[in-house]
Design a protein around this ligand. Structure first.
Ligand code: GDP
Length: 312
């Protein structure tokens, strides 16, 4: 149920109040019970925004690229929110994105909102929360959400692939593509960005990635990711990346795939949310005590699980 105070917060959020947006994001991060009520109300207001995931190995140039993409989108008239997800950072609440450098321009652009998010201690719920934060950003009027993840761990891949279009940023260093394949990045990419193309080996690396992609099974209904060379520092290739994102968006919507993709995303969110809520409910003081007691009685782990579940 939504309380009176939350009703005001929700109205302010929907009118685009950034201070309120920042507060609601903190509520989501901190698992504040009022966030569920707010999210429930805004749910009917979202769906028109577009989410772009940006991932890849550390140092590939993701934050530089994200900033440049945001500036270009802003110039095109979009309202852009950047969500930098960093599960390794102990900071949250809009801390200065670790020690990574952001251009001043994006902080002063009135059409860009930037926020970093970290989860306290555990990695659980990262994709779930990133999706909720994106929802409130969209409700606050941002029509392009750039979700940048810092590493390539499983939870970050989950975050990145929850976007409508996912960019995988690589650099020409030898073996980077092979590492990407191992890390599961190949499967989630809708667009490959070969950044630091100012480096000499760049074209060769892009070509080898293209030929790897050509070997994958495909027919006319399969989206084939392009490999786009960029130099995020200088801005070279940014327009082409934006063009590819738009091409992918059209591809999805022309084939009615966007809706089904989003439904799958909602389903994953529902499963993650329910799993977490049930787990929290299960680990009551009584069950925690019972767990210790069963260990004390020298029960094995299988007996413990079965006893705990049956005592529910
Ligand atoms: P992230 O860890 O993937 O977010 O990478 P950053 O955006 O922080 O970039 C890492 C480093 O690479 C920084 O020093 C950037 O200035 C540099 N960098 C980013 N893009 C390029 C590029 O296109 N060419 C070159 N030579 N350096 C770049």
């Amino acid at each position: 149920m939504i309380e009176f105070g939350e009703e005001i917060v929700t109205a302010q959020l929907l009118s685009g109040n950034r201070r309120v947006l920042a507060r609601v994001i903190s509520k989501i991060e901190n698992d504040d019970p009022s966030s569920d009520a707010i999210l429930g109300v805004i749910a009917s207001q979202i769906g028109s925004g577009y989410r772009i995931g940006i991932t890849g190995p550390p140092g590939a140039g993701k934050s530089t690229l994200t900033s440049k993409l945001a500036l270009s989108l802003s110039k095109m008239g979009h309202h852009v929110a950047i969500l930098a997800v960093d599960p390794t950072s102990p900071f949250s609440g809009g801390a200065l994105l670790g020690d990574r450098v952001r251009m001043n321009e994006i902080f002063t652009d009135p059409n860009i909102f930037i926020r970093s998010m970290a989860t306290r201690g555990s990695l659980g719920g990262l994709a779930e929360k990133a999706s909720e934060v994106s929802d409130v950003m969209e409700a606050a009027g941002f029509d392009r959400i750039l979700i940048e993840t810092v590493g390539v761990g499983q939870s970050e891949l989950d975050v990145a692939k929850a976007a409508d279009t996912t960019l995988v940023v690589l650099v020409p260093e030898s073996g980077d593509s092979i590492q990407a394949m191992k890390a599961g990045l190949m499967e989630i990419a809708d667009v490959f960005v070969m950044n630091k193309s100012d480096r000499p080996e760049s074209e060769k690396a892009a070509e080898s990635l293209r030929s790897t992609l050509g070997f994958r099974d495909h027919d006319e209904t399969t989206w084939i990711p392009e490999v786009i060379p960029t130099s995020a520092n200088s801005g070279k290739g940014i327009d082409e990346v934006l063009h590819q994102i738009e091409r992918h968006r059209t591809f999805l919507s022309d084939r009615n795939l966007l809706e089904s993709k989003r439904q799958r995303r909602h389903e994953l969110w529902i499963r993650e949310k329910i799993g977490r809520k049930l787990s929290e409910r299960f680990w009551s003081v009584e069950n925690e005590t019972e767990l210790k007691r069963l260990f004390f009685e020298k029960k094995n782990k299988y007996e413990i699980v079965s006893t705990l579940l049956n005592s529910e």
